[in-house]
Design a protein around this ligand. Structure first.
Ligand SMILES: *Cc1c(COP(=O)(O)O)cnc(C)c1O
Length: 471
């Protein structure tokens, strides 16, 4: 077991390792190339009886663990959506871990509660969320969406389900067929039933068809269902499609339905004035979530959740309901009552470090740069006769496929693209992922990793082009 002076020495060595690692990360295979079971087979089945030295443990970390890591912080990582990080974020995490504070209520660390309030107010201004929304940090967008669904359920049932459990009322939740899987998961966990999640058809841009939504709501009401919540996606995971918030807000207001906005990835782009149109109509929404841990250079996990009706949130999650509580002098926020978990990490610190160290200008510059790299890649796809765009680009995700002339069979094209994807990823030089859009096997390239530059894009283009010739 380490004492303080050994900890100091070890920590210095680790920091050197961390800086070296990040400096040389591009030399490592982006996607881990290990086989299933390869890591666990190298590790002892039982924990050690006697203390082991940090040298031995760290040696195993490097030799056994590291090969099983996919390098999300590599600028050659173009898959999924990024889980990016940055130096200020990392430094703050070191401090957070050192403080080891459990920030469940104001008293258990007043600075954590107050910094959380402040930083989320900053972000509210940065991204254009109205003043009357209240922010709280959740671990993930999945949790924030579940929080929204539970709050909507409780508000519409006058907080009865929390008290009495479900009666025979039947509820309905609406989203588009392109909505993230976390919504379905949330609906199941909230006890609303997967069958009561109504997935509305999308238009040619993969955004929800609002007339079809309204029709479904009217039909459901006629059939005795109670509509609880509409989920709007600002930036779907498949193709960053943008649901039209204004008409959705009008429908939600007309039928008194909670409107939750999921902008998990795209939310960061709202710091750019030229993308504020994406949430035009946000005043009509009831809640909003985006993940600084995706594109705002704040390492996982950190999800910013905003809710308009704070009382509804507190009445749903307070251990003592709001109406029984005494007002604490100074009006403190006890964030245990703002979500599911009791215990909370001090997540606001890393967000504060990132925003201060980049400045709004620095953040905007990065996001603009990423979008312009995506534009360049899109242009390459568009001009290359063997490749085609599957849907127009909105932000920094390009959806495309290999489609050389002469092949007409859709299934053959799908198989070719699947083969191309695996062939690219198995080289370890870059990592991209896929989705299916209108039945087409679609390659997804996201330009959002903190350190991605033009040279990485040029290299990726070369790898994709060369690999496509070999399949
Ligand atoms: C990534 C993503 C989520 C899930 O985010 P977590 O923070 O991992 O729960 C939800 N919605 C959309 C649109 C996403 O892209």
């Amino acid at each position: 077991m380490l004492n303080n002076s050994e900890f100091r020495k070890q920590a210095h060595q680790f920091v050197d390792w961390m800086a070296d690692f990040l400096e040389n990360i591009e030399e490592l295979p982006v996607k881990s190339q290990v086989m299933p079971g390869e890591i666990i087979d190298q590790l002892p089945i039982s924990p050690p009886l006697e203390p082991e030295s940090m040298d031995t443990i760290f040696h195993d970390f490097q030799k056994i663990i590291l090969p099983g890591i996919t390098h999300w912080q590599s600028p050659n990582f173009f898959a999924y959506f990024p889980a990016n990080s940055s130096y200020p974020s990392l430094l703050a995490e070191m401090l957070t871990a050192t403080l080891g504070a459990q920030c469940m209520v104001w008293e258990t660390s007043p600075a954590a509660a107050e910094l959380e309030e402040l930083v989320l107010n900053w972000i509210k201004k940065m991204i254009g969320i109205p003043e009357n929304f209240h922010g709280v940090i959740q671990d993930t967008a999945s949790t924030a969406t579940l929080t929204a669904l539970l709050t909507a359920r409780e508000k519409i049932s006058s907080y009865r389900i929390n008290e009495k459990g479900f009666d025979d009322k039947k509820f309905r939740v609406y989203c588009s067929s392109e909505t993230h899987s976390s919504i379905e998961k949330g609906v199941k966990i909230a006890g609303l039933g997967k069958e009561n999640l109504v997935k509305i058809e999308v238009d040619e841009n993969f955004a929800i068809q609002t007339e079809k939504l309204e029709k479904a709501i009217i039909e459901d009401i006629q059939n005795g269902y109670i509509p609880v919540c509409i989920i709007a996606s600002i930036g779907t995971t498949g193709s960053t499609a943008i649901d039209p918030l204004k008409p959705l807000g009008e429908i939600a207001a007309k039928y008194k339905i909670w409107l939750h906005v999921d902008a998990a990835f795209a939310g960061t782009a709202l710091i750019l004035d030229e993308y504020k149109w994406m949430i035009e109509g946000i005043e009509q929404a009831d809640s909003f979530v985006f993940n600084p841990h995706k594109w705002m250079f704040t390492n996982f996990d950190c999800s910013a959740y905003y809710v308009k009706d704070k009382d509804a949130l507190l009445n749903t999650f307070s251990i003592n309901p709001e109406y029984l509580r005494t007002k604490t002098a100074g009006q403190v926020n006890d964030y245990r009552d703002w979500g599911i978990q009791l215990g909370r990490r001090f997540r606001a610190l890393k967000l504060w470090f990132v925003i201060r160290n980049y400045g709004i200008n620095g953040l905007q510059e990065k996001i603009r740069e990423h979008i312009s790299l995506a534009k360049e890649f899109e242009l390459w796809v568009d001009e290359n006769e063997d490749f085609e765009l599957i849907t127009p680009r909105t932000l920094s995700l390009v959806c495309f496929r290999y489609n050389p002339s002469g092949i007409k069979n859709e299934e053959a094209i799908n198989q070719m693209n699947e083969k191309l994807l695996h062939s690219i990823n198995s080289q370890g030089k870059m990592f991209l992922s896929h989705t299916r859009l209108n039945g087409k096997y679609t390659l997804r390239m996201v330009f959002g990793q903190t350190n991605v530059e033009r040279k990485h894009v040029s290299r990726a283009i070369k790898i994709i082009g060369q690999t496509s010739k070999m399949i």
